[in-house]
Design a protein around this ligand. Structure first.
Ligand SMILES: NC(=O)c1ccc[n+]([C@@H]2O[C@H](COP(=O)([O-])OP(=O)(O)OC[C@H]3O[C@@H](n4cnc5c(N)ncnc54)[C@H](OP(=O)(O)O)[C@@H]3O)[C@@H](O)[C@H]2O)c1
Length: 338
C-alpha cells in the first residue's frame, strides 16, 4: 500500500427522495499502489451529474448501480502520481472514472490523456466532455434541427442545455431556453445569444411558449420532464422532434414518475419523441470534439463551468446543488491542485 492517505466518499445507503447525509460513508485509508498496467492518480476535479441520483438507486438502468460500500461513481480529471504502464508517466493529466476519492488506482487503458495546453482542464468535463457530447449528438442526430426552425431547450442554464442552445444558434435556429430564475434567463439571452429565455419558476409557461414560439416548437430538447415536458408537447409544430435527454424534475420522486399527459400532440402533429444516451455515440466523440473545439476557438461557442473549490468531504453537498438549481453551467468540484 502507498503511504498516501486517501479519503473516499462511499455509498452507505440508497436514498429515498433527495440524498441525505446518511446515504454517505466517508472513509480514510491508504491509497493502493498500482499493479502492472495500472497508474495511481491524484484527483483534481470531479464532475457532478444529475445521473448520479439514478446510479445511487438499484432500479434497472443503462448502467449498473453503484454498489453499497463502493466509492461513489464520478468522472474526473487528475494527474498521474505513479505509473506502472508505459502509456502514462507521472505528471500526465488524465480523464476517467476516478470516483469520489482523493486518489484513484486504475488501469492506464481506462484513462484518456489530456493536453492542458489546448484548453483549460475543466473544458474536458464540459463542452469537450460528456455534457458537450450529449448536447451535440442529442441535438444534431436526434433533434435534427433545420435552419429557421424553433428549438426549445429546458435546463437551459445547465451544462447540457446551454451547449444545446448555442449549437442550435450556430445552426441558424430560433432558440428559446427554459431555466429557473431571472438571472439565469438574462444570462442566456445577454451572454449566450439565446433569442428568448423563459423563467419556469415565474409561472405562465404555456403563455410564454405561445409568445416566444409563435410558429410552434420544431425541436424540444428535454432535460427536465414533468410539467415542462407537457407544456412543450402542447406547443409542438407539425413533424416536431422531441429529444428525451433527461428528466431531472423526476429523479428524486418518491411516487410514480409523472408521465406526459399531452402525448396525443405527437399524433396530431405527426411528431416523434426519442430517448438518447450519450454513450451510444462514444466512437464519434473525437469528431464532435474536433467540431466543437473549432467553435470554441472561433468564439462561436462558450463554455461555462461552475467550479466549487473544496475538499472531497464537500462532494455530497455539492451534488445537491444540481437539484436546487444552484449551478450555472457545468458543476465541478475542485478538490486539489496538481
Ligand atoms: N441522456 C444522456 O446521455 C445524458 C447525459 C448527460 C446528462 N443528461 C441529462 O441532462 C440533464 C441536464 O444535465 P446537466 O449535467 O447538464 O445538469 P445541469 O443542467 O447543469 O444541472 C441541473 C439543472 O437542472 C435544473 N433543475 C433541477 N431541479 C429541477 C426541477 N425540479 N425542475 C426543472 N429543472 C430542475 C436546475 O436548473 P434551474 O435553475 O433551471 O432549475 C439545475 O441547475 C439531466 O436531466 C441529465 O440527467 C443526459
Amino acid at each position: 500500500m502507498s503511504s498516501l492517505s486517501n479519503r473516499q466518499i462511499k455509498l452507505g445507503a440508497r436514498p429515498v427522495g433527495l440524498p441525505t447525509p446518511s446515504c454517505w460513508e466517508p472513509v480514510t485509508g491508504p491509497a493502493r499502489d498500482p499493479e502492472v498496467g495500472e497508474v495511481l492518480v491524484k484527483v483534481l476535479y470531479l464532475s457532478l451529474d444529475p445521473a448520479m441520483r439514478g446510479w445511487m438507486s438499484d432500479a434497472r438502468s443503462y448502467i449498473p448501480p453503484v454498489k453499497l460500500g463502493d466509492p461513489m461513481r464520478a468522472g474526473g480529471i487528475g494527474v498521474v502520481v505513479t505509473s506502472n504502464d508505459p502509456a502514462l508517466a507521472p505528471g500526465d493529466y488524465v480523464y476517467g472514472w476516478l470516483n469520489a476519492q482523493e486518489y484513484a488506482t486504475l488501469k492506464a487503458a481506462s484513462l484518456t490523456k489530456l493536453d492542458p495546453a489546448v484548453t483549460p482542464l475543466t473544458t474536458y468535463l464540459n463542452v469537450l466532455g460528456s455534457p458537450g457530447m450529449t448536447a451535440y449528438f442529442g441535438l444534431l442526430e436526434v433533434g435534427r434541427p433545420k435552419s429557421g426552425e424553433t428549438v426549445v431547450v429546458s435546463g437551459a442554464a445547465g451544462a447540457v442545455g446551454m451547449t444545446v442552445g448555442q449549437i442550435a444558434k450556430i445552426k441558424d435556429c430560433r432558440v428559446v431556453g427554459i431555466a429557473g430564475g431571472p438571472d439565469k434567463c438574462r444570462r442566456l439571452t445577454e451572454e449566450l445569444g439565446f433569442d428568448a429565455a423563459i423563467d419556469y419558476k415565474a409561472g405562465g409557461l404555456n403563455a410564454a411558449l405561445r409568445e416566444h414560439c409563435p410558429k410552434g416548437i420544431d425541436v424540444y430538447f428535454d432535460n427536465v420532464g414533468g410539467d415542462t415536458l407537457d407544456a412543450c408537447l402542447a406547443r409542438l409544430a407539425m413533424h416536431a422532434r422531441v429529444v428525451i435527454c433527461g428528466a431531472i424534475s423526476q429523479y428524486n420522486a418518491t411516487t410514480a414518475v409523472a408521465g406526459p399527459k399531452n402525448y396525443l400532440s405527437l399524433l396530431v402533429n405527426r411528431a416523434s419523441m426519442q430517448g438518447m444516451l450519450v454513450f451510444d455515440y462514444a466512437d464519434r466523440y473525437p469528431e464532435a470534439a474536433r467540431v466543437m473545439g473549432g467553435w470554441l476557438a472561433a468564439g462561436k461557442l462558450k463554455g461555462r463551468e461552475h467550479v466549487v473549490k473544496g475538499s472531497i468531504a464537500d462532494f455530497p453537498d455539492t451534488l445537491l446543488m444540481l437539484f436546487k438549481g444552484e449551478n450555472l453551467g457545468k458543476l465541478i468540484l475542485h478538490i486539489a491542485d496538481a
